[in-house]
Design a protein around this ligand. Structure first.
Ligand SMILES: [Zn+2]
Length: 115
């Protein structure tokens, strides 16, 4: 199953469905190599499973983002959204650094002022 996480823009509330390819996830969580992940990504794309998820996200009004291609998106409101999986609280297996994050999805690096 492909890993797709929902992001909300902290400023305007726009929703994003962010797809994390296994080529990205596997090395990060030690589940395999990037190459093994890439093979499974290709299988999911071929089977059409990925297209189904993409279509579902679209029907829910979410913007589809491939985190394998971009780790950061600039929302239509101008806010920069950081999609770095290591900074996302809802990760499949939490890592040491993830514990300090509570509640809201941490959008945007800390150096951006909330004005
Ligand atoms: Zn926004």
């Amino acid at each position: 199953m492909a890993l797709v996480l929902s992001f909300h823009c902290g400023r305007c509330g726009k929703e994003y469905a962010v797809y994390y390819p296994k080529a990205l996830v596997y090395p990060l969580y030690g589940q395999g190599t990037r190459e093994q992940g890439a093979q499974e990504d290709a299988r999911e794309a071929e089977s059409g499973a990925l297209r189904v998820l993409q279509e579902r996200a679209r029907q829910q009004g979410k913007t589809w983002v491939n985190a394998g291609e971009q780790q950061q998106v600039v929302c239509t409101c101008g806010k920069t959204l950081n999609l770095d999986l290591a900074q996302h609280p809802r990760v499949p297996q939490s890592r040491a650094g993830a514990a300090r994050q509570v509640g809201l999805i941490p959008f945007g690096p800390a150096h951006r002022k909330p004005s």
